[in-house]
Design a protein around this ligand. Structure first.
Ligand code: 5GP
Length: 224
């Protein structure tokens, strides 16, 4: 009899825990703003598209926050700490992981770490902002696993040759890292079908790609 009671009590505890777990997963997606994930291979022009989207939101008096990630890579020419990334040491990155400060993180193909700050994203979503995360395919998979409500766009190049020449023109990597980025780009293209939409950023047609992403973000499919 005692054993039976223990079993019933422990079953209730499990049920209650399951309920709260389920409820907290559901409520993770219960935000005012929309979360948009934008991925695509290095050099495809995600950053340029996102900057134009920012302008469009501003011109239309709409609220948008573009997440600033932490990274352990070095800044490129013209990049500013706190605007493009928070450039931090590996030690600082590990501390963020240990303190649960990151929503997701990944070691990108070049051996550097990248991570999305946790609290700030939820804060903006709660305050009715649309939030863009520009993250790689692994980061996107993590967001899916966490059950956070989102929509996603993969920005694809018209050809891998175009991508390679863009990366070379950017001239920000040594040959070894450039090769790693090209390899990673090939790899990422295999996952584009995981995304809600694919937008091609063809050479000389930037504004078309910008309009396409902006229209998606403001379409019924993307707005809750
Ligand atoms: P890059 O070094 O060219 O700025 O970025 C390399 C890759 O890391 C890009 O695919 C970019 O989208 C991705 N990335 C940037 N920030 C994050 C992040 O916070 N998390 C993840 N998972 N990937 C990121």
């Amino acid at each position: 009899m005692i054993i039976l009671k223990i079993l019933i009590v422990s079953k209730n505890i499990v049920n209650t825990t399951m309920f709260f777990l389920f409820y907290s997963i559901i409520s993770i997606g219960d935000f005012m703003g929309n979360l948009i994930i934008i991925s695509g291979p290095s050099g495809v022009g995600k950053g340029t598209i996102i900057n134009r989207i920012k302008e469009k939101y501003k011109n239309n008096n709409k609220k948008l926050y573009v997440s600033v990630s932490y990274t352990t890579r070095n800044p490129r020419d013209g990049e500013i700490n706190g605007r493009d990334y928070y450039f931090i040491s590996v030690q600082e990155f590990k501390e963020l992981i240990n303190n649960n400060g990151l929503l997701e993180y990944n070691e990108y193909g070049t051996g550097k770490y990248y991570g999305t700050p946790r609290d700030i994203i939820f804060n903006y979503l709660d305050n009715d902002y649309d939030v863009i995360l520009e993250i790689d395919v692994n980061g996107y998979k993590k967001i899916k696993e966490l059950g956070i409500e989102h929509r996603s766009v993969f920005v694809a190049p018209s050809s891998i040759g175009v991508l390679e020449s863009r990366l070379r023109k950017r001239n920000s990597e040594d040959e070894e890292n450039l090769k790693k980025r090209i390899k990673e780009a090939f790899n990422e293209l295999n996952y584009m079908n995981l995304y809600d939409d694919i937008v091609f950023n063809e050479d000389g047609k930037l504004e078309e790609a910008v309009d396409e992403v902006y229209e998606l973000m403001n379409s019924k499919k993307y707005i809750k």
